[in-house]
Design a protein around this ligand. Structure first.
Ligand code: ADP
Ligand code: MG
Ligand code: ZN
Length: 491
């Protein structure tokens, strides 16, 4: 970039490559289990995922289905047929010496995902999403990659299905990438093809360049983008990480340009603990990988898979429906659609009780208390009925809202008690309607003179009867309600 740029206003251009681990039972090209969380190293392996000579890959249909569902959610084109290529490079975590990936016929192309940042909605273009296998994992012992005494390799992860989602260079700020990643995770979880809690389930490479802001007005030209020197930042594993790494790069690149220096076109590494990016190597080019077709896997016809595979209602659509159908505020509807589990749970309660009450209880009370304890709705699995019962206790006016929130809910979460147990133990029950009614009947039966006085028009008599009922209920009944009940009985 010329030194002239130093005096111009600069703007960031950012594109992401996001690697997502798909939740399948077995690996993408062999029958090894992907459930490797507590497994001993190298126990989930076979000749195929170890790359032994003569072992052949068999494509996992579930992985392709997951990618097609994702394609539908991203409004992407699903081609008639999709196929695999070998991407050749040498690294110890890659036993075959090549990675099976997709090149010229990825399973999804030309999609988009809408994000919202500060009330502005923007569609981020999705260039492509393709399937590939994860390499194994390396563990450097006694230091970093440069200083370690030796390195251990574990092939349990080798062959785990990944989908790589490549965006157009449509982001204009680090903040937007964070919103995008959060939204993408939401969609992936709704589709049931992804587990955000799993270590390393989301890995991001972020490409960034700084260009004269004027060049971006009315959309960036291909030329501007191609000419700009960009860096690719690797090793990002969270939304926040992406935002921080890119904010660092914005400053670093801007400073370089303003001092009249050129930004190197290179691959950089995000050092999370130090909060900086460091140079790794000059950027590799496509030709370095000597892509060629995988002859052991025939092309796969997927033209009619898009119609065959259903996807659930996605978060945006569901949020809008919640606003319309249940009259919720946008904020409440957003909270309630943040995960599919929360949304399903809210709907179940809203259909039995008042939707406003259901919204308050799920969005504010429950999510608030879970959040405070660093818990997720999934931690309540198997106990949804108990929570529904708590809402019922409030809806039927059997306990006060305050006690429900501050005592019962908290003990339910902290001590795993059922709501009725807490109510009983802490003696929180308001005097039930039945009990008040019984006391009213008793008071009438025991005081015939007062009843007679009342019928003769003595208003003082009713006050006496109210007093009797209050005494019988230990003062916990509502005097106004008692008064009404007495009159109903007597008239
Ligand atoms: P490569 O093959 O070098 O990785 P691609 O053309 O496939 O390059 O693009 C990779 C990523 O780089 C995409 O996410 C794309 O949006 C992004 N990108 C392209 N041009 C720019 C640019 N000028 N600044 C920032 N990111 C860019
Ligand atoms: Mg790249
Ligand atoms: Zn295997």
């Amino acid at each position: 970039m010329s030194t002239q740029a130093a005096t111009e206003d600069l703007a960031a251009v950012i594109g992401l490559e996001v690697h997502v681990q798909l939740e399948t039972d077995t690996k993408i090209f062999c029958g090894c289990s992907t459930d490797t969380v507590d497994a001993e190293p190298n126990t989930h392996t076979c000749p195929t995922c170890l790359g032994l000579p003569g072992a052949l890959p068999v494509l996992n249909e579930g992985a392709v289905e997951a990618a097609v569902r994702l394609g539908k959610a991203l409004h992407a084109d699903i081609p008639e047929r999709t196929r695999f290529h070998r991407k050749n490079y040498f690294y110890p975590d890659l036993p075959k010496g090549f990675q099976l990936t997709q090149y010229d016929a990825p399973v999804c192309q030309d999609g988009e995902l809408e994000i919202r940042v500060e009330d502005e909605r923007r569609a981020i273009g999705i260039t492509r999403a393709h399937l590939e296998e994860d390499p194994g994992s390396l563990q450097h012992v006694g230091g970093s990659i440069e200083t370690a005494d030796y390195t251990k390799v574990d092939y349990n992860r080798a062959g785990t299905p990944l989908v790589e989602i490549v965006t157009e260079p449509d982001f204009r700020s680090p903040q937007e990438t964070r919103a995008f990643l959060a939204k993408l995770e939401e969609v992936l979880e709704y589709l049931g093809i992804y587990d955000s809690q799993r270590d390393g389930s989301l890995r991001v490479d972020a490409n960034i360049s700084m260009v004269p802001a004027a060049d971006l007005e009315g959309g960036a030209s291909e030329e501007t983008l191609a000419e700009a020197n960009r860096t690719e930042v690797k090793n990002i594993s969270s939304h926040k990480g992406a935002e921080k790494a890119l904010a660092y790069e914005v400053t670093r690149q801007r400073n370089a340009i303003q001092r009249g220096r050129e930004v190197e076109q290179e691959t950089r590494h995000w050092d999370e603990s130090r909060g900086i990016t460091v140079s790794m190597r000059s950027k590799e080019e496509e030709k370095d990988y000597r892509y060629f077709r995988e002859a052991d896997l025939p092309p796969l016809e997927v033209s009619d898979w898009k119609e065959r595979l259903d996807i659930p209602e996605l978060p945006d659509a569901r949020r809008e429906r919640f606003q319309e159908e249940y009259g919720l505020s946008e904020e409440a509807a957003s909270k309630l659609t943040s995960t599919k589990e929360v949304a399903d749970f809210f709907e179940e309660i809203a259909q039995q009780y008042d939707p406003d009450l259901a919204a308050t209880w799920v969005a504010d009370n429950l999510l608030g208390e879970l959040n405070y304890r660093d818990m997720a709705i999934t931690d309540l699995e198997g106990r949804f009925d108990e929570f529904t019962r708590l809402v019922e206790l409030v809806a039927e006016d059997e306990i006060t809202e305050k006690n429900a929130r501050e005592v019962v809910l908290r003990e339910m979460l902290d001590e795993e008690k059922a709501p009725d147990v807490v109510v009983e133990e802490e003696d929180l029950g308001k005097t039930g309607a039945g009990e008040v009614k019984a006391a009213v009947e008793e008071a009438i039966a025991e005081n015939p003179e007062a009843v007679e006085d009342y019928h003769e028009g003595d208003e003082g008599a009713i006050n006496f009867l109210v007093g009797q009922v209050m005494q019988k209920t230990g003062g916990s009944a509502d005097p106004g309600q008692v008064n009404e009940l007495l009159r109903e009985e007597l008239d």
